[in-house]
Write a protein that binds this ligand. Structure first.
Ligand code: KIV
Length: 282
């Protein structure tokens, strides 16, 4: 089994041009399978709001939910670099709240790092978390927790001015001590500028092929999430189809008395059935 990566391994990978591959996960079994497959990192994303709880977005997600799912993921993937995603309201209220909640992730769920959304506006928070001895990843471009302000789940950096703002956000996060940055839904050329300029790893979700690594939401990747499919998603499976097929076949089998069959039943020890029958015949 491969050793768990640390920040220096991630940095070395960037320097050597080796891509880091990571996914989100919210539960024990998926985390276990991902570790078995050799995934580099796992994000316990607040996307669990949509992928697990059926909320329309990430805003209702609480610290309790994030900790609960991070604990399960950590149990499933003890040798993988796990990142806890700070939910809306867990860091915007004050620097103190941000540090307290980042500490909770580490103490209660044994994560290796936390991630939070925003650029220039969150540098004080990133600095405080980093100076408290924890690894903090930035998240810029399309930041779902601010989708109201952005006017929806929209790609960013499509004009030179907007691209420059994303690049400035990346610089500010680096200067504040972020150990890496996730860029979401921006053109590849913008990501490349950031990746070439900054010495820390720059990862992409929908931000093109030039990044130091790629993140995918596991429910998209395996073809489980049905509500919508962003442009940047490639489905590598059809889990929703598999689940539908299995449940439909089960309904049909029970209706036609084909399930359970004898092989699915427990049988009494030799001679015991006769004793029981004799008693009930009386
Ligand atoms: O919560 C999450 O999964 C994320 C991704 C959208 C990047 O933050």
């Amino acid at each position: 089994m491969a050793r768990k990566l640390n920040r220096w391994d991630l940095l070395k990978k960037k320097q050597k041009g080796e891509k880091v591959v990571w996914i989100t996960s919210y539960d024990f079994i998926t985390a276990q399978l991902a570790e078995e497959c050799g995934i580099d990192m796992i994000l316990v994303g607040d996307s669990l709001g949509m992928c697990v709880y059926g909320y329309p977005g990430t805003l209702p997600v609480t610290m309790e939910q994030c900790i609960y799912h991070s604990e399960a993921v950590r149990r499933g993937a003890p040798n993988t670099f796990v990142i806890g995603d700070m939910p809306f309201g867990s860091y915007q209220t004050s620097v103190r709240d941000a540090v307290i909640n980042a500490v909770r992730f580490h103490k209660e769920a044994a994560v290796d790092a936390v991630k939070l959304e925003g650029g220039k506006t969150v540098t004080g928070i990133v600095r405080a978390i980093s100076q408290s001895g924890m690894l903090c990843m930035g998240h810029i471009g399309l930041t779902p927790q601010s989708s109201g302000v952005l006017g929806g789940f929209k790609a960013q950096g499509l004009t030179a001015e907007s691209a420059e703002a994303v690049i400035e956000d990346a610089r500010a996060l680096h200067d504040a001590g972020a150990f890496s940055i996730l860029v979401e839904a921006v053109p590849p050329e913008v990501t490349q500028i950031i990746k070439d300029e900054l010495p820390i790893p720059i990862y992409s979700i929908g931000a093109g092929m030039h990044a130091d690594g790629q993140l995918m939401i596991v429910s998209d990747l395996v073809g489980q999430f049905q509500a919508f499919t962003p442009k940047f998603v490639k489905k590598y499976g059809n889990v929703a189809g598999e689940i539908r097929n299995a449940i439909s076949a089960y309904i049909k089998d029970v209706g036609e008395s084909k399930f359970p069959a004898d092989e699915h039943c427990y049988h009494m020890f030799a001679g015991e059935l006769e004793k029981l029958r004799a008693k009930f015949r009386k």
